[in-house]
Design a binder for this molecule. Sequence first.
Ligand code: SF4
Ligand code: SF4
Length: 349
Amino acid sequence: MPRRTSTWQAPVEALAAMPEVSGNTVNGLDETERRPASPFFWHEQQYHEFGDMQKYTLNIMYGLEDGGEICEAFRINENFDPALGDVAQNRQFVHRGPEPTEVASEKITQSAEQWTQQVKEFALSHHADVVGIARMSRNWVYEGFSINDYEKNVIVIGVGHDYDEIKEAPSLPGNNRGIVEVGKQYTRAATAAAELNNFIRAQGYSTNCYPGPTAQAVMMIPAAVEAGLGELGKHGTLINRELGASFRLSAVTTNMPLEFDQPDVFGADDFCTRCQVCRDACPPDAIFDDKQWVRDEKKWYVNFDKCIPYFAEARGCAICIAVCPWSRPGIADNLVVKMAKRRKKLADS
Ligand code: SF4
Ligand code: SF4
């Protein structure tokens, strides 16, 4: 299929804020050797070279006349001033669930099966829409970061967007609905993780909490895939069989004994090989047609250098997750059935 010709051009200011090094190089595009992922744009500025671009992006996201509503949705401190030099340090998330409590001195003992059931029930009744569990892997830790010995298992939480709001993406001046919805769901995901964190600590187990959108030590997407929350889509983010592509993640790591979920392969990856919807909708043409080699893994990948200037301009963009057919309410179930039939037909032929 011929590729749609994009007419969008990055503003000069955005190009000037980009560092010499390509974000794709940092991410390991075209690399066929395995190595840890490098810290990137969403880490605090001291870990990478994208500080100017991060500041440029955050200034647009939160600093425009109508930025107050966006700050409120993300729960960014009221005194946030994007004009100050170090935006990453100046920006603080507040009131996203309870403060972390101490680990209870007495450890309650029961089976991994019982803890798994309780942890999932707790998460699903405290803001999570989906939850999965995986054994923690050092392969998911960013270069230069470390995790504690007690971070043996990872519980990944997903919270869905309101489709009527996210379909308003992109957020250009005069219509903030998409980015406000993204902020609200990041806040819900962070709150879910904070509450689960304290629940586990109250049982006497150690934890660490990983809310978004700021990146920390652990790569959330591979953990979520392993925990059964979905398959990676062509737009570089997860597709879940219930929530489609339209959801946000947070995670809690712990030494609580837990049972693990399996990766959920329901046909999204296969569907993406034939679908071009996100690719055609992406204003800067950032979505590749085919899987790319990224640090010894052939996978769907988004061209960072093309995406991020538009992402900044459109305050979080989110077009690709909004247009994904899996995100439309009532569609995902039908697609899962369709892809299962397709797999069976292929297997029978
Ligand atoms: S976030 Fe926007 S610019 Fe980036 S890949 Fe998706 S549609 Fe394209
Ligand atoms: S829009 Fe189509 S190609 Fe893009 S992620 Fe969704 S299903 Fe895959």
